[in-house]
Design a protein around this ligand. Structure first.
Ligand code: FES
Ligand code: FE2
Length: 394
């Protein structure tokens, strides 16, 4: 991996549990991250099939600054295109979701079908001789679908998705409750005023300390397991312990758990870069995050039920989803303020230091307690290597 050629070098600390704060705030580092990660050899989750279940459904999304258009065509094929006209690159679709038979570019009225093929242009005798519509489809990035989740990559050397995900393949399936046969319940969208890595670094350690409601619900008491791999993917499952009292809740059904497995009452997978699949009690959610700039991260919380749910279960999942772990949810509402404060504080010199679960400052652990922050460190080593930062001598 080539060395980072920024305005000035980033020298990575020798201690494995230290992360230099400047990487959260430097514009030149951010631009290089776009090239090496977002446009590099990583898979990015952009959609679940349940978000576009019908023929003609589409969704737009972005990876870094690259706009994408995802469609469900007449042959039930899923197409991921760059959201740009093949003429002069005008953005083809501006809405987040919808249903349509074709896309007409308003600038010079070129028309594309759901597969991204150019189907019509205004008549013109003055186009380049030999002009053939077949030569001007919308371009497509490499795409794979796993458990209903659509992934794209722009890198030339990205490994196949199942190899890239490794053990996370089965863990995502477990979080989704099976084969990914889900039904969309709704969205919440938020822009965190923080660098994408501050958002992505969110740990399980803070939950019982920062979130008052989490503590009142006694959710920290159970057993749990956390894992992390060398590519920075990580996740956990935790046992649900029942609250000592629910008298502080006007409606205790909010925390009713209809699932059977209390050992794994809470489960999440956090894929590098920032994709989260989470099931907490009966709430199933995917979170897509994307940086808007060095200090802004847009996150879409997408809530799902299972396709076979009855009306009562659907209402239960809707009630539980946003109200517990949404951006304004009872047990996560403090996160946005904390990401912002982390980001503001990162404009000071020195390192962010990980402590909980670190047994040796110079080696990486490979087992983690559920509430250890050390499970974030394999991802930071991977980040450092891909960015090509020189390492300080011990
Ligand atoms: S840019 Fe789309 S038709 Fe010209
Ligand atoms: Fe939190």
């Amino acid at each position: 991996m080539s060395e980072f050629q920024g305005a000035r070098p980033v020298i990575w600390p020798a201690k494995t549990n230290h992360v230099p704060k400047e990487v959260f705030v430097r514009e030149d580092v951010y631009e290089e991250e776009l090239r090496r990660f977002f446009y590099g050899n990583e898979w990015n989750a952009v959609c679940h099939l349940a978000e576009i279940p019908n023929k003609g459904d589409f969704k737009t999304h972005a990876v870094g600054r690259v706009p994408l258009l995802i469609t469900h065509d007449e042959n039930d094929q899923i197409n991921v295109m760059y959201n740009a006209c093949s003429h002069r690159s005008n953005l083809i679709e501006t809405r987040h979701r919808g249903n349509r038979k074709e896309f007409e570019c308003p600038y010079h009225r070129w028309v594309f079908n759901l597969k991204g093929e150019l189907s019509a242009t205004p008549p013109s005798a003055e186009y380049v001789p030999g002009f053939d519509k077949a030569n001007y489809p919308m371009k497509k990035p490499r795409t794979e679908i796993l458990h209903g989740i659509v992934f794209v990559t722009f890198g030339a050397d990205t490994p196949p998705l199942s190899e890239y995900l490794g053990d996370a393949v089965d863990k995502i399936q477990e979080v989704l409750g099976g084969d990914g046969n889900l039904r969309l319940l709704g969205y919440q969208k938020v822009i965190f005023k923080a660098n994408w890595k501050a958002y992505g670094d969110n740990d399980a350690y803070h939950a019982g300390l920062l979130h008052t409601a989490f503590r009142m619900l006694n959710w920290q008491g159970g057993k749990g397991v956390q894992w992390a791999d060398k590519r920075g993917h990580r996740g956990f499952y935790g046992q649900l312990s029942l609250p000592r009292s629910t008298s502080f809740l006007k409606d205790p059904s909010l925390i009713e758990y209809r699932g059977a497995n209390f050992e794994k009452g809470s489960q999440s997978v956090h894929l590098f870069l920032m994709f989260v699949a989470i099931r907490h009690m009966d709430s199933i959610a995917l979170r897509y995050a994307n940086p808007l700039s060095v200090d802004e991260t847009e996150t879409h919380y997408v809530y799902f039920g299972r396709a076979e749910d009855d009306e009562s279960m659907t209402q239960h999942r809707i009630r539980q989803s946003a109200n517990l772990l949404g951006p304004c949810g009872m047990v996560s509402m403090e996160d946005a303020a904390m990401f912002h404060r982390l980001h503001l504080g990162s404009n000071t010199p020195g390192d962010a230091i990980f402590q909980k679960g670190v047994k040796n400052e110079h080696t990486l652990e490979d087992t983690f307690l559920q509430t250890d922050e050390s499970a974030n460190l394999p991802g930071w080593i991977y980040y450092r290597d891909v960015m090509g930062f020189a390492k300080e001598q011990a």
